[in-house]
Each structure stands twice: as C-alpha cells, then as structure tokens.
Ligand binder design. Sequence first.
Ligand code: S3P
Length: 174
Amino acid sequence: MQTRQHIFLIGFMGCGKTYWGQVLAKKLGLPFHDLDDLIATRSGKSIAEIFTEDGEPGFRQLEHDTLQTLADSPPSVIATGGGTPCFFDNMEWMNACGTTIYLSTPSTLLAERLRHEKEIRPLLHLVNNVDLQRFIENKVKERAPFYLKANIVLEQIEPLSQFFEQMCKRISEV
Ligand code: S3P
C-alpha cells in the first residue's frame, strides 16, 4: 500500500467529520466514505442496534475490522467515528496509511449540536442535557492523547470558508 493514501477525518461526535469529509472529497475529486455507514452496511444493523446487541466491545471490533477493509481500496476521504482513534492500533494504522486530520471543536459547540442528535449516538443515550457539556469535556480530555497523534490538528474557526481554506493548505503541506 502507498503511504498517504487516504485522508481520515477524526474528532469528537458532532465536530463535522461527515460534513467536511464530503466537502473535501468533492474538492479533491476523491470518493467519500463514512465509517459508521460502512459498519452498518457490513453488519446489516444500525450503530444503536450493534451497541444494544453486541455491546461496545462488539462495536469496537467491528469498527476495527471495517477500518482495515479500506487498506486496499483506492484513495478516499474517510469520516471516522468519534471513538475510532482510541481503540486497538487504529490511530497508528491510519497514520501509516494516510493523512489524519483532527477537527478540534469547542465543547460548547459540540454540546449545542449533540443536544438534538442523541438518539443516533448510543454513548449519549443516558446523558441528560444538563450534564452533556461536562460529559463531552471529560470524554474529549480522555481521548485527546489519541486525537493529538493526528498529522494535522485544526481548530474550527469562523468563518467556515477560512477554516476550509486552512484545511486544504495544511493537506497540501503534508
Ligand atoms: C462514537 C461515535 C459515533 C459512532 C458511535 C461511537 C464514539 O460516530 O461511531 O456511536 O465513540 O464517539 P460519530 O462521531 O460520527 O457520531
């Protein structure tokens, strides 16, 4: 496999990996994959069903196995799940076969977005809205050592057009 094959977007739930992944793939003329969608297709179950039936360990194994199926696929932009870099050797693996970009996002913004999207995210099912921001801050802190292994770390800034320009510039420098 060639190095720098894929571009992996990583970061906490709600940071915009899927949105920016699609925009970036279009700009670079590459296919786009959402890892959660690949997992759901492969297993024939939704992410929530996998968590309910197989637990988080079952989901993480499936996530790892599905990630590895990308090894021999043509270069693409991939939106990973928020926890993908934090299990097995996924982060090292992604760094070895592509460019990783961490979309670092303020917890206030994540909480604002995730407040309305908890249903599809099993890890948030039991977190009430009052505790949501604190939960996010703790989880991001716990995951930061993995996220910060990314080749490129980008702070989400306004305006978004400038943020995207910054992303493209940093990719061209890798
Ligand atoms: C998870 C994030 C989700 C999904 C699963 C677990 C996590 O993906 O993979 O619910 O551990 O942060 P998104 O980041 O796309 O929401």
